[in-house]
Design a protein around this ligand. Structure first.
Ligand code: FUC
Length: 739
């Protein structure tokens, strides 16, 4: 199995952050550059954001809503858009930004310049980044890992040079830092408050241990002289979680130092492997002896490298394990890895697809617990989202617009008509609650989060209006983030669009399901079911594709990266070749048209496209776009490239590979539905299906060879392979071969 990212040179210290290798324990992240004279390890902590929570509701919204709706009804779209900009935008318009925490700098003394046998790698087997080289005839090694059990970044440096290793190291925050200094004779710290008096205060600390030689704390430096090996432990904490965040750092480091490095290393590997080893994937291709960046370059030149695809899949799971663990904040636009103080889109949560895409691999690739931070965050958003619903729209229930931040802010972000006034953020996020339930059948989880789904529905009970055809629609609405041709004008806002109906359909189905499972609120469920029957349905337009709006308007941007009107194909379930063949064919046509006009140019968009083809059962197309994802939208360290780096494509691509091999609805599992011809043999273990099933599958000569299923819960349904359905009925704990 592919297990390592490796390179023959350090990541360039000045520019090439995206060459550095990521480690993370969910809460803290580090990017390892692997320099020889100096080492730089850039650091993140998930709650280092700028500024506190603000109420940003536009108090003119409620009064303007009817006027905006009337203008849209009368076709005065641009006037409706202007009024929305004035009356619906947040005041102020921006949410908070995620930020760089800082970095560790290590400066080696008297390091000989004749570097040979340089090797930098990240092992996905044990989640340890290593650097190794020879200088002056002696071996120098370094390893870095982010331990979840010990809550630290751990670094070990060693040499076989009898003269030992001498270096100084410090923690650095290049901006927005208040204090730095020593704490005793083996610890240094950096602290500050981020973004004004109500901002998040942070503290980071580093302590060291030397074997042989000496260690001394001077100024803001730890100075190591002539040591045979040295260990560094780094941690950080903020006021987001702890009043005494400095004390928290102290406690963590004291506990870290009380145990040996070997103990931490072993505990880390055990912890990581508990999650990682659940799934394996191999395409039986010969192992490559090329470094990862060279393999990627070859793919960019058009060569195939199936092993690199398997590595990409494994890396996607590695990233999710490393940036989203129970108790942490959810993966943001960059997961947890961010070297900027003003990152692209604030590296926050864009919830009109990107955050959701981050979690597409969570259930199917057997990382269900890594999904938990998203649920915690929906809970964090809930009080703000009920206030936004009430204050801005005079509605009950829970809503969010197209972004949220560390505080769970739900007021609109930007004054950007194509994105800002979209009201389905909470609705789409709540589908993840239902998805988690469908995979795990965990009723206590569903009960604990039932109110979120219910309140997301309640908002639409008050907010939807009837259009001229008697359909229940959102107004103002937008099909993210596209626009349409309206005579000689371009329109963005409208009265209902296809995606609205599709998301609401899934939300209402989810709610009705939850109400049934938990035996609650049958009257309200009836209201929701009645509303569902009045939602606009997905229609086929004059192009033969799915209509993006309720009128058959032309796309003003036919190659747009968002394919919102295919939501029902993926991640939704309403369209499939098996249940709605005509709509599935129209979805194909939509994809063709979008792609002909240049669609799929961002990493995440390409990743979505792979999932669409997988859903349509077209493995060869899925493969072509997976190849394009690696060839056009992947950085040297295998991070997804929007451009710039944005992690959603990694997760969307990982989920897509899983969906090529296995897909499921509540009572049907499809095996190898989108297996490309160029993957004739392979094996995958540990993929999950809805209903609490776990599968190990092997195939040969392009045909299923074996499928073993384990039932975590009782299951009645069918398994479909090659168009043939086989009914199965399993009791909890059953494990059997299907062929
Ligand atoms: C949406 C996308 C952009 C980008 C941003 C973070 O607005 O349309 O491409 O991914 O989110």
């Amino acid at each position: 199995m592919e297990s390592v990212l490796w390179y023959k040179q350090p990541a360039d210290i000045r520019r090439e952050w995206v060459n550095a290798l990521p480690v993370g324990n969910g809460r803290m992240g580090a990017m390892v550059f692997g320099g020889t004279e100096t080492e730089r390890i850039q650091l993140n902590e998930d709650s280092v954001w700028s500024g506190g929570f603000r109420k940003r509701h536009n108090l003119f919204a409620r009064a303007a809503l009817d006027k905006i709706r009337t203008l849209l009804k009368k076709g005065e779209v641009n006037a409706a858009e202007d009024l929305s900009r004035y009356a619906l935008s947040g005041t102020p318009e921006y949410e908070r930004a995620y930020q760089n925490l800082g970095e560790i700098q290590i400066k080696f003394q008297n390091m000989p310049e004749d570097i040979t046998e340089y090797d930098r790698r990240l092992s996905l087997e044990d989640a340890i980044a290593t650097v190794s080289f020879k200088a002056g005839g002696y071996r120098y090694t370094r390893e870095v890992f982010a331990s979840a059990p010990a809550d630290v970044i751990a670094i070990k440096l060693a040499t076989d040079n009898p003269a030992g290793l001498s270096f100084d190291t410090r923690l650095l925050r290049p901006r927005l830092c208040e204090n730095t200094g020593t704490l005793g004779n083996d610890r240094v710290y950096v602290s500050g408050v981020n973004g004004g008096p109500d901002g998040i205060a942070f503290n980071m600390q580093m302590t060291g241990q030397a074997e042989g030689g000496s260690i001394e704390a001077i100024g803001a430096y730890l100075v190591f002289s002539k040591v045979q090996s040295a260990v560094l432990y780094i941690t950080a904490a903020t006021s987001f979680r702890f009043d005494n965040h400095m004390g928290e750092c102290e406690r963590i480091l004291q506990e870290a130092k009380a145990k040996t490095y070997a103990h931490h290393r072993e505990a880390h590997i055990r912890d990581y492997q508990t999650l990682e080893s659940r799934v394996s994937f191999t395409l039986n291709t010969p192992a490559s002896n090329l470094p990862t960046d060279q393999r990627l370059r070859k793919v960019q030149e058009g060569h195939t490298d199936h092993g690199l695809m398997a590595l990409y899949f494994r890396f996607g799971r590695y990233l999710l394990i490393s940036c989203s663990r129970p108790g942490t904040l959810p993966a943001n636009l960059q997961g947890i890895w961010c070297d900027s103080f003003l990152p692209p889109w604030d590296s926050k949560y864009t919830i009109n697809i990107n955050t959701q895409m981050n979690y597409w691999p969570a259930e199917i690739t057997n990382l269900s617990e890594c999904h938990a931070p998203l649920f915690d965050h929906i809970r964090r958003m809930h009080p703000h989202g009920t206030e936004t619903a009430r204050v801005m729209y005079g509605a009950r229930g829970f809503m969010a617009h197209h972004n949220t931040d560390i505080w769970g802010d739900t007021a609109p972000q930007d004054t950007w008509i194509k994105g800002t006034y979209w009201v389905l953020g909470a609705a789409w996020l709540c589908l993840h609650i239902w998805e988690h339930y469908e995979y795990t059948l965990d009723e206590s989880f569903l009960l604990a989060n039932y109110d979120l789904i219910k309140d997301a529905c309640l908002f639409f009970v008050d907010f939807l209006i009837e259009n001229k055809r008697g359909e229940l629609v959102i107004s103002p609405s937008v099909s993210p983030e596209n626009c349409y041709v309206l005579g000689d004008k371009i329109g963005i806002l409208c009265e209902g669009c296809t995606m609205d109906g599709q998301i609401l359909h899934e939300l209402f189905i989810a709610y009705e399901g939850a109400s049934r499972v938990l035996n609650r609120d049958s009257d309200f469920a009836k209201t929701i079911s009645d509303m569902r029957s009045k939602l606009p349905s997905t229609k086929i337009g004059k192009s033969g594709g799915i209509m993006e709006w309720l009128e058959d308007w032309d796309d003003a941007e036919p190659g747009h990266r968002h394919m919102s009107h295919l939501f029902a194909l993926f991640p939704g379930n309403e369209i499939s070749p098996e249940t709605t063949p005509a709509l599935a064919e129209a979805a194909r046509q939509t994809l063709r048209l979008r792609l002909e006009s240049g669609g799929g140019h961002t990493g995440w968009s390409r990743a979505w496209i792979i999932n669409f083809w997988a859903r349509l059962g077209d493995g060869n197309e899925a493969y072509n776009h997976l190849h394009a994802l690696l060839g056009h939208s992947t950085l040297p360290n295998l991070f997804d490239n929007h451009p710039p780096f944005q992690i959603d494509g990694n997760f969307g691509g990982t989920a897509a590979i899983a969906h090529m091999l296995l897909q499921s609805t509540a009572d049907t599992v499809y095996l190898l539905k989108a297996l490309p011809d160029v993957w004739p043999s392979g094996a995958v273990t540990g993929l999950c299906a809805k209903g609490g099933l776990v599968f190990d599958i092997t195939w040969e000569g392009g045909k299923l060879k074996n499928a073993r299923v384990k039932a975590k819960k009782a299951y009645t349904g069918k398994i479909v392979y090659d168009g043939v359905a086989k009914p199965i009925c399993l009791i909890e704990g059953d494990e059997l071969n299907l062929l």
